[in-house]
Design a binder for this molecule. Structure first.
Ligand code: FES
Ligand code: FE
Length: 377
């Protein structure tokens, strides 16, 4: 077996077991995904009162809907009678209430229990107390963020603070008017890899020269293998002959008019722990959300967001979408290549991070902190 003692300039990664152990994954579900703000859906997925979506967050299913007052509501997707899963569809629409298919308890869009067969024979039941259990919810950047913790952390600190730390000030993202953009395309990737491999991959650009030929053509700086986070604050510049952030460097779509001059012809990549990645370019925003479903399986839902008039006019988005769709497929193939080797005895002590990846070491420290003393021994 090779030695695990490293030169000082190199940092060890997490041990392989962190990517394969069901116990570690269960601890992450509880102490990361069920404890932090989680980006669950695009607000426009809940287009009108009664529209709903179900999402898996940690070990729970959560029902998202829009109430009559247009506010977004989130509930545990569990009937209060005998625990049947209330909604089994991923999305849909009800006219005014959710009815459990088992014994027909019925809940309005605010979660209140409004009808139950023979309930008059149970006069003592408190219809509010036996309403659907609420989950904390807020909206930002046109997305629905939820938190399953009994006492949610500050959204400002966890989510807004992380974006500000990456971009310098909140205005830098507000200028992309993300909430007002429209979903031009959504692609859902079912990735056979642990969620942390996907985060680590997104945080580095050491692999860009090897696996992303189209991306490095558009962003020549990336061919140097600098970490994506190196470009934080000033972004990565488009190549001199590149017209737009497209698969062949041809013209992009209409520029978001409020993007600042110094943000034009630049690409920014932001990781918002625990499960969001955002890419900002002058004419669109690429917004990824991960749903970790198993220790070796992560669904990634990716939205390409453009000006509403661009989407409404049916403009051709194909060259624009294809660039990052290829990047995603290249990245996820790399993650899937690593996953099976995580259980190799050769990787029991982990691998190494080169100096440009030191921020991935910081991510590992964060995982350690979240799980401190909470892993089975
Ligand atoms: Fe839902 Fe009985 S379990 S009504
Ligand atoms: Fe990549």
């Amino acid at each position: 077996m090779p030695t695990t003692s490293l030169p000082e300039s190199l940092i060890a990664t997490l041990p392989g077991g962190y990517y394969t152990s069901p116990e570690t994954f269960a601890a992450e579900q509880e102490h990361i995904f069920e404890s932090m703000w989680f980006c669950a859906a695009r607000s426009s997925d809940l287009g009108k009162p009664g529209a709903y979506r179900t999402v898996t967050v940690g070990r729970e299913s959560v029902l998202l809907t829009r109430a009559r007052d247009n506010s977004v509501r989130a509930f545990f997707n569990v009937c209060r009678h005998r625990g049947a899963r209330l909604c089994t569809q991923e999305s849909g629409e009800v006219s005014r209430a959710f009815q459990c298919p088992y014994h027909a308890w019925t809940y309005d869009l605010q979660g209140k229990l409004v009808a139950a067969p023979n309930l008059t024979k149970m006069p003592d039941i408190d219809r509010t107390a036996y309403g659907l259990a609420k989950v904390a919810v807020t909206e930002w950047l046109g997305y629905v963020w939820i938190c399953l913790a009994d006492d949610p952390p500050s959204f400002e600190e966890q989510v807004v603070g992380e974006i500000v730390a990456r971009l310098g000030d909140v205005g830098a993202i507000e200028r992309y008017a993300v909430a007002d953009l429209a979903v031009g395309r959504r692609i859902v990737y079912d990735v056979r890899a642990n969620w942390k491999l996907i985060v680590e991959n997104f945080m580095e650009c050491y692999h860009c020269a090897t696996i992303h030929p189209e991306l490095t053509d558009v962003l020549p700086e990336f061919a140097n293998g600098y970490a994506a986070q190196y470009f934080v604050g000033h972004g990565a510049e488009f190549g001199a002959d590149v017209k737009g952030f497209t698969v062949d460097g041809s013209d992009g779509l209409d520029r978001i008019p409020t993007v600042a001059e110094d943000q034009d012809r630049r690409y920014y990549a932001i990781t918002v722990k625990p499960q969001v990645f955002v890419n900002l370019v002058p004419d669109h925003v690429i917004f990824h959300r991960m749903y970790p479903l198993a220790v070796d399986r992560t669904v990634v839902e990716c939205d390409w967001l453009y000006l509403k008039e661009v989407v409404d006019a049916g403009r051709d988005l194909s060259r624009s979408v294809e660039l990052f769709d290829r990047v995603n497929r290249q990245d996820f193939a790399a993650c899937e290549r690593c996953q099976p080797a995580m259980s190799s005895r050769l990787y029991a002590g982990g691998g190494v991070l080169v100096p440009s990846e030191h921020h991935i070491g910081a991510f590992h420290d964060w995982v350690h902190d979240r799980l401190a003393d909470r892993l089975p021994r």
